[in-house]
Design a protein around this ligand. Sequence first.
Ligand SMILES: NC(=O)c1ccc[n+]([C@@H]2O[C@H](COP(=O)([O-])OP(=O)(O)OC[C@H]3O[C@@H](n4cnc5c(N)ncnc54)[C@H](O)[C@@H]3O)[C@@H](O)[C@H]2O)c1
Length: 255
Amino acid sequence: MSTFPESKTAILTGAASPRGIGRATAHYLAERGWNIGIIDLDDAAAKAVAAEIAEQHGVQAAGAGADVSQESQVRAAFDALEAALPQVVALVNLAGVSSPVPYLEVSADEWNRVMNINLNGVHYATRRAVESMVGHGVGRVVSLSSVSAQRGGGTFSKTPYSAAKAGIIGFSRSVARELGHDGITVNVISPGPIDTDIMGGTLTDERKAGMAADGVLPRIGTPRDIAAAIAYLISEDAGFVTGQTLNVDGGLYMH
Ligand SMILES: NC(=O)c1ccc[n+]([C@@H]2O[C@H](COP(=O)([O-])OP(=O)(O)OC[C@H]3O[C@@H](n4cnc5c(N)ncnc54)[C@H](O)[C@@H]3O)[C@@H](O)[C@H]2O)c1
C-alpha cells in the first residue's frame, strides 16, 4: 500500500478567482497541512493567492501562470511548482469556463474554446502530474465535472460545457484503470450549482432560490461543500476509492 510522505503538496489549477471553489479549497487544504501549488491564467494572481495561503496557514505555497489549454504552459508551470515545493501527492483540476450559448448558436470557436480549456486542460495537467506520481508510487487526482454532464444541461452552461464535463468522467475512469497499479487514484467530483461567479457574475438571492428549487436540499452549494469533498478524495484514507464520481449537488442527480 502506498503511503503519503510527511510533507506533501497539492497542486490546484483554477484557484485564483476571489470567490471561486479553487481558492476556498486551497485554504481548506492548507488548514489541514497540505502545501499548495496554484496554476491559474494570471501569473501575478496565482502568486498572490499562494502568498496569502502561506501567510495564513504557515505552509509552503507557490503560484505559476498558465493557460491550461496550452500544454507547454501547463508543463512549465508544473515544473516550476514541483521544483519549489515538497512532493506532489495530489492534483486538483478546477480550471474551467462556462458556456451559456444555445446549441444552434455554438460556433466552431466556442466549441473548441470550451473543449480546450475544460477537457484538454484536464488531460494536460493530469498527464504531467501522473508522470511524477508514477515515480513516487503514490498520487491522487481529482477533477471537477458538473451535474450538467449527468442531467444533460439544464444549467447556466449548455452543450459544449456538458460534453466537456462528461468527457472528464470517461477520462478519469480510464486513467484510474491504467494507473491503479502505480498507487494513483483518479476521481471526479460533480457539483450542482455552487455560489461562485462562474455563471455570469455573482448570483442574486432570487437566482439561488430558483436553482435550489430543483434539488432535495433547500439551498445551493458553497465552495466549502466542494472543498471538503476534495479533501476527502485526496486524503491518504481514500486510497481504496478510484474511478468514482462523487455528486455534491444537494440531491439534484440520483442514480
Ligand atoms: N460554480 C458552479 O456552480 C459549478 C458547478 C459545477 C462545476 N463547476 C466547476 O468547478 C470549477 C471551478 O469553478 P468556479 O465556480 O470556482 O468558477 P471560477 O470562475 O471562480 O473559477 C474558475 C477558475 O479557472 C480559471 N481559469 C479559467 N480559464 C482558465 C485557463 N484557460 N487556464 C487556467 N485557468 C483558467 C479562472 O481564472 C478561475 O480562477 C470549474 O471547473 C467549474 O466548471 C462549478
